[in-house]
Design a protein. Structure first.
Length: 552
């Protein structure tokens, strides 16, 4: 039955002049069916010592392609003969042995082919292998892999198209965004077949390099031996053409998916908010709600100062900060007079449940930004958003002494010096190194602390406003994407990810599915692959819980 349904959908896609108008209706069922096949076999992997039961490497990704447990991944992640832990999306875990890999000393990233095999007993969920030689430019494709930055047990889904079947380095090239941790992860065609393995990226989010699956087919026999090949093995297996090559679907409109899914249905629900934060003018978006006849604009709190303006029909309207919530990074702004439109609290609240679902992030002055749902809801602890003091201590059993005070940091600007003793923070005694870290970890940038120390025998107290942790210079292409990351991008109890290419100033606006259901508010550009959304249910809870509050 499903095959017949997909056949009808394909016929609809290939017919008529209003093709792009039907993408939102016809393409998602195909993508959902492919993800249903491919998702269970997409695995997370890391080096593993089976004696000490310890993780021995950073995580990477792979895909199981046989019932016996053969795994395709990439050479720059594996060492033949070493053991690795493999986890499946359903929570199952197994031990695998790294088998053969092919990469050349003179070009270490090429051809980046590797295989592993599960040695734990059992039969394993697997995905079908496709062919790469017969791929077509603008053929839809899907990534299901584990970006290291999110550090989640479930993979993230991303959607794109084939941009080159074979580039000058021999890679398949796609617009499915990837980053470290995704290495070795599978690229699937729209039928759920493995067509490539994630290898490398360029600075542009649209340039991503995939090892063609035909290399694994061609050297299957050789790769089943635990050997590092520094040139292509002499023995090669026979490659057969793709029996479906003549009927492969291409979607030229995916060259600009934003234009293909363009709609005016959400006009006026995403507004620009301008304010000064720490003396610097910032622009962010806000989401317009209608709450009991009044206009409420919900936005990203850390990017909104105390005297904001909202741009409506090219006019600057003064807004008042009604309330803020640090845990969600949401802020409620009020206007003196209500606007005509707005999302209502009576509208259905949709919980993200089907990774790969098409989404749209409306923009106030340009086309909406199309994406696909990458995950279900998950919590994201604070990793980068801890407040910054700029003074380090040495872990000792004796008195705690500042060993480093960074120039220009809050500690440095407040006159703290290396050699000072640490006595208390906000009157909490600091007797151990863990006390120091635990106490500082409670605070956010902008919080004020009272630091009690001792310099040359004299006890002193200083009020210090904590700052933002300095960003490390980017050294990997995956960290150099245009616009970069949002300053506040973690410390959330519940978010979900999608693959929208947003700049930080394009956060704060709403996210809808293709049926017009409100999904939530874009709260951060987290990494190259992931933008984060505060779910609609939490936004609604924020509004209801502050409905009668009048002070910010």
């Amino acid at each position: 039955m499903r095959k017949n349904q997909l056949f009808v959908i394909l016929l609809l896609l290939l017919a008529g002049d209003s093709y792009s108008q039907r993408i939102a209706e016809t393409l998602p069922p195909i993508i959902h069916a492919a993800i249903e096949k491919a998702y269970p076999a997409s695995v997370r992997i890391w080096g593993y010592d089976t004696v000490s039961n310890q993780q021995m490497s950073a995580q990477f990704s792979g895909v199981v392609v046989t019932r016996e447990g053969h795994i395709l991944t990439v050479a720059h992640t594996t060492i033949p003969g070493k053991t690795y832990k493999v986890t499946f999306p359903d929570g199952k875990a197994a031990i695998a042995l790294a088998l053969g890999k092919i990469n050349f000393p003179e070009t270490p990233i090429l051809p980046d082919v590797a295989m592993m095999k599960i040695i734990s007993s059992g039969e394993w969920t697997f995905a079908a292998m496709g062919r790469s030689a017969d791929l077509k430019v603008n053929e839809p494709c899907i990534s299901i892999a584990y970006p290291e930055s999110l550090n989640q047990p479930l993979p993230a889904v991303r959607f794109g198209r084939i941009t080159q079947v074979r580039n000058d380095k021999g890679f398949v090239q796609s617009s499915c965004i990837m980053e470290p941790g995704d290495s070795g992860g599978p690229l699937f065609d729209y039928m759920g077949r493995v067509i490539g393995l994630h290898s490398a990226v360029d600075i542009s989010e649209s340039i991503n390099y995939e090892v063609p699956v035909d290399l694994y087919r061609k050297y299957w026999t050789a790769l089943n031996k635990a050997e590092h090949y520094t040139q292509f093995p002499a023995a090669a297996d026979t490659l057969m053409p793709d029996p479906l090559a003549a009927s492969l679907l291409t979607v030229p409109e995916l060259e600009d998916m934003n234009a293909a899914l363009k709609t005016t249905a959400y006009n006026g629900l995403s507004l620009k908010v301008i304010s000064r934060v720490d003396g610097v003018q910032q622009t962010i978006l806000g989401t317009l709600f209608s709450v009991r006849g009044q206009s409420a604009i919900i936005s990203k709190s850390s990017a909104v100062g105390e005297a904001p303006f909202v741009i409506v029909n090219n006019k600057q309207l003064k807004a008042t900060v009604r309330c803020r919530d640090r845990s969600t990074d949401l802020v409620w702004l009020e206007l003196a007079s209500p606007l005509k439109k707005g999302i209502t609290l009576r509208q259905s609240i949709q919980a993200p449940d089907h990774p790969g679902e098409f989404l749209l992030s409306p923009q106030p002055d340009t086309m909406g930004i199309a994406s696909v749902l990458g995950s279900k809801e998950f919590s994201l602890p604070r990793m980068t958003s801890f407040a910054f003091l700029g003074a380090a201590i040495a872990p000792t059993d004796g008195p705690l002494v500042l060993t480093i005070v960074q120039p220009g940091s809050p500690a440095g600007e407040s006159g703290l010096q290396a050699g000072d003793l640490v006595l208390s923070i906000n009157r909490v005694p600091i007797r151990k190194a863990e006390d120091y870290g635990r106490e500082l970890s409670q605070y956010w940038a902008g919080d004020k602390i009272v630091f009690e120390g001792q310099h040359n025998g004299t006890v002193y107290t200083k009020e210090i406003v904590l700052g933002t942790r300095p960003q490390q210079p980017a050294s990997h292409p995956a960290e150099m994407f245009p616009g970069g990351k949002s300053s506040r991008r973690d410390g959330f109890e519940s978010v979900f990810s999608h693959d929208a290419i947003l700049r930080p100033e394009q956060c704060g606006g709403p996210v809808f599915d293709m049926l017009g259901q409100f999904y939530g508010i874009n709260i951060a550009r987290f990494s190259r692959t992931s933008s984060l959304v505060i779910p609609a249910a939490i936004v609604k809870q924020f509004i209801i819980s502050n409905l009668y509050r009048r002070n910010s």
